[in-house]
Design a protein around this ligand. Structure first.
Ligand code: HEC
Ligand code: HEC
Length: 362
């Protein structure tokens, strides 16, 4: 069984039974991750890359014919499984990584030999082809995996950038889960009029624009909401207490992909507290049928956005004001109750909103 699945399935199973949810909750509450999971996340990325771009385009297309355990390169240090064998995707990735780890020249050998440099198999893929590009990208990505974990600000894979880390989970979901699993095996019940319509996990159909991103966000939001949701996303499909019974095998590539996806979800850092200070001391009063909404502001800002909400309504933007404003006069009001709030802006950033204040117009 693959390493990620092993760890995740095990931790999912044990946390489901024994650990109080608050302890697991930490991983989904937006605490920045210490980085200890970086290599797991990296592993998930590598597996995604391998499944999507490398296996079909390169190794199964060009290498397997000689590098299987029954062919002419069977006694070399790099032997891979054929695609009719269980777990060939995860096994072939781990064998390739192990080969690279075994000797510092081996990564270069994988590249050079593929192009015919000192290779018993001759030139197999040409420079500049799609296959070659995927192969080079993969080897480069695999080689950066060691150094990444020790450099916390090295980009999108360490969870330091919230939008990028969420994007990594969305991308992985889109490439490996949506069409291969969710649409085929989950959607039938987990849709607005399916048998699981009252569950918290609902997907939309693949004929809707951007359904992948929509469904990816649904899955992420579901898994982030609580520790039990997080665990259920893997446990239910493998048949643990699932209204839909067992859908997939625990040893399948699907389970492996769900597990990798959950690792990425675990690494999403939610939007950090804004660095722009919120306006304070918001107050509203009614004078001659108009509302005067005032606030105080200290700290850097270049403008304000004022919102209003009617009873039972939604918050709506009603004004964008310049940096010296501390008052909004609302003349378009009727005999109703209203709430107001304001936030400061600074370039692309916003503060949190001030506390909301209510007025009622007679
Ligand atoms: C036509 C058969 C053939 C094909 C196709 C082939 N190889 Fe090979 N490969 C060999 C043989 C034979 C050897 C052993 C002699 C040598 O080291 O070059 C070998 C050796 C290797 C080695 C060295 C393994 C070691 O022991 O260190 C690597 C790496 C390698 N091949 C990579 C690839 C890659 C990557 C592909 C696909 C893009 C590929 N080969 C396709 C025949 C093939
Ligand atoms: C045959 C119908 C059916 C299929 C197919 C199905 N489910 Fe379900 N699922 C249900 C029902 C019914 C429930 C509600 C009862 C329960 O919580 O188990 C449910 C609940 C869930 C829940 C818990 C949702 C909550 O409210 O917390 C998760 C997670 C889940 N399923 C995941 C999946 C995944 C992932 C797939 C696809 C691999 C899938 N299910 C396929 C019927 C199905």
């Amino acid at each position: 069984m693959n390493r990620i699945l092993g760890i995740l399935a095990l931790s999912a199973l044990t946390t489901a039974c024994t650990v109080p949810s608050s302890e697991v909750g930490e991983t989904v509450s937006g605490q920045p991750n210490s980085g200890s999971n970086t290599s797991l996340e990296k592993q998930a990325q590598l597996q995604a890359h391998w499944n999507e771009d490398v296996s079909g385009n390169v190794t199964q297309a060009y290498c397997i014919v000689c590098h299987s355990d029954s062919s002419i390169a069977k006694d070399t240090g790099w032997v891979i499984l054929e695609n009719n064998q269980d777990d060939y995707l995860t096994t072939n990735l781990s064998r390739t990584l192990a080969y690279m780890d075994a000797n510092e020249n081996n990564a270069q050998k994988l590249l050079d030999k593929a192009q015919g440099v000192n290779h018993g198999g001759g030139a197999v893929i040409q420079d500049g082809t799609t296959a070659s590009d995927h192969w080079v990208d993969f080897i480069e990505l695999a080689q950066t995996s060691e150094t990444d974990s020790s450099s916390p600000d090295s980009g999108n894979s360490d969870g330091s950038n919230p939008s990028l880390s969420r994007q990594a989970a969305i991308d992985f979901y889109t490439d490996n889960l949506e069409n291969d699993l969710i649409q085929g095996d989950c959607y039938v019940c987990h849709q607005a009029d399916g048998v699981a319509k009252n569950s918290d996990l609902i997907f939309i159909a693949n004929n809707v624009n951007d359904y992948e991103t929509f469904n990816a966000n649904s899955a992420i939001n579901y898994a982030q909401l609580s520790a039990s949701n997080f665990n259920n996303f893997l446990l239910k499909p493998i048949g643990q207490g699932h209204g839909g019974n067992q859908i997939i095998e625990i040893t399948s590539v699907h389970a492996q992909n769900i597990s990798s996806f959950l690792t990425l979800v675990e690494n999403i850092v939610d939007t950090p507290e804004s660095s722009v200070t919120a306006p304070s001391n918001a107050q509203a009063s009614v004078l001659l049928g108009e509302v005067f909404f005032v606030w105080e502001m200290s700290g850097d800002h270049d403008g304000f956005e004022v919102q209003r909400k009617e009873e039972n309504g939604e918050w709506q933007n009603i004004a964008t004001l310049t940096e010296n404003s501390n008052l909004y006069r609302d003349t378009s009001v009727e005999s109703k109750n209203y709430q107001y709030r304001v936030r400061a802006t600074l370039e692309q950033d916003n503060s949190n909103y001030s506390s909301a204040v209510s007025v009622s117009i007679d």
